[in-house]
Design a protein around this ligand. Structure first.
Ligand code: SF4
Length: 286
C-alpha cells in the first residue's frame, strides 16, 4: 500500500514519505488520516450550512490534532474517530458530501503547497486549541476559523486567494497561541526560573512524556503523599517552572533527553511511563 505525507522535517526524502513514515506512521494510518481530514471537511461544510456548536468544533480540533506528526499511530483509533465525525455530520445534514480525500494532494504543485500549508498549519493550531480547551478555554473567533478553514481548504482558489487565506489564518493562529498562554498561566501560574535536577532518587517513580500539562497535573494530584516520584521527559521539561505544578514535592526532576529518544531511553527502566498527547514514539513491540 502506498501513502503520501510531507508533513514534517523527519521525512525520508524531499518529496515526502511514500511507503512508510520515518516517524513510525504506517501507510494504512496515513491514508486513514487523509480520510479523516476529508470527513472533517464534510462536517465543517455541514456545520456552516446548519449550525456551529462548541461540541462539534471540539470534534474538528480533536480530528485535526489526531493527524499531527507523532500523535497517533493506531488504525483502530483513527477509524473510530472517522465514524464519530461522519455520525456528527449526518446528524446535521447527510446530504452534504464529504471531500474526496485523494484530492487533498492533487493539482498544480504551487496550489498543493498552499493548500497543504493551510492544512498542516490548522493541525498545529488544533493542538494549541485542544490543550486550551481541556482547561476550559475557547475563543469564538478561533473556533469559527476551524470551520471556515476546513471549508475553504476544499475549494478552488487562485494563488493570491490562497495567500490571503494563509495571512488571515496566521493572525488567527496567533490569537490561538495567546489563548493557550492565558489558559496555562491562569491555571498553573506564570513560569518562574527553576533549576531542574537530572538525577533519579531511590524509590518508585513515573516518567511523564508528551505535551499535556493537564495530564501531568492530574497525575501529581493522584500521587500526592503516595511516595511515588514523578519525572518529566522531553517536552514536559518546562512544566517544572509553573508554580501550580512545581508545588508538588514529588515532581523531582527530568529524566532522559528529547522526545525522539523515548524508545531507547525507556528500555529496561524499572519505572512506569505516561505518554500524553503529542511528541510520542510508538512503543517497541518488546
Ligand atoms: S509525519 Fe511521518 S510520514 Fe509524515 S513526513 Fe513526517 S515522518 Fe514522514
Amino acid at each position: 500500500m502506498s501513502m503520501f505525507c510531507f508533513q514534517c522535517e523527519q521525512t525520508a526524502q524531499p518529496n515526502g514519505c511514500t511507503v512508510q513514515g520515518v516517524c513510525g506512521k504506517t501507510a494504512p494510518v496515513a491514508n486513514l488520516q487523509d480520510e479523516l481530514t476529508a470527513a472533517l471537511i464534510g462536517l465543517a461544510r455541514a456545520m456552516q450550512a446548519t449550525e456551529v456548536t462548541l461540541e462539534n468544533v471540539q470534534l474538528l480540533k480533536r480530528g485535526l490534532f489526531m493527524c499531527v506528526t507523532n500523535v497517533n499511530f493506531s488504525e483502530d483509533r483513527v477509524q473510530e474517530f472517522i465514524d464519530v465525525i461522519n455520525n456528527a455530520h449526518n446528524k446535521l445534514d447527510a446530504n452534504i458530501p464529504n471531500f474526496d480525500w485523494e484530492e487533498l494532494w492533487k493539482g498544480h504543485e504551487d496550489i498543493v503547497s498552499l493548500r497543504s500549508t493551510l492544512l498542516l498549519g490548522m493541525r498545529g493550531m488544533a493542538a494549541y486549541a485542544w490543550h486550551a480547551a481541556v482547561l476550559g478555554y475557547n475563543d469564538p473567533e478561533v473556533d469559527a476559523w476551524f470551520v471556515k478553514g476546513l471549508v475553504e481548504m476544499a475549494k478552488d482558489h487562485s494563488a493570491e486567494e490562497w495567500l490571503g487565506l494563509l495571512m488571515e489564518f496566521g493572525g488567527i493562529n496567533l490569537a490561538c497561541m495567546a489563548l493557550l498562554d492565558k489558559a496555562n498561566t491562569t491555571t498553573y501560574g506564570t513560569p518562574v526560573p527553576t533549576t531542574v535536577p537530572l538525577t533519579v532518587e531511590p524509590g518508585p517513580f513515573i516518567v511523564v512524556t508528551g505535551h499535556d500539562l493537564h495530564d501531568l497535573k492530574m497525575l501529581l494530584e493522584q500521587t500526592d503523599g503516595k511516595g511515588v516520584n514523578i519525572y518529566t521527559h522531553g517536552e514536559m521539561l518546562p512544566c517544572h517552572a509553573y508554580p501550580e505544578l512545581k508545588k508538588h514535592p514529588q515532581l523531582k526532576g527530568n529524566f532522559g533527553t528529547a522526545w525522539q529518544n523515548q524508545q531507547k531511553e525507556f528500555v529496561d527502566v524499572p519505572g512506569a511511563f505516561l505518554f500524553t498527547t503529542n511528541c510520542i514514539m510508538p512503543p517497541k513491540e518488546n
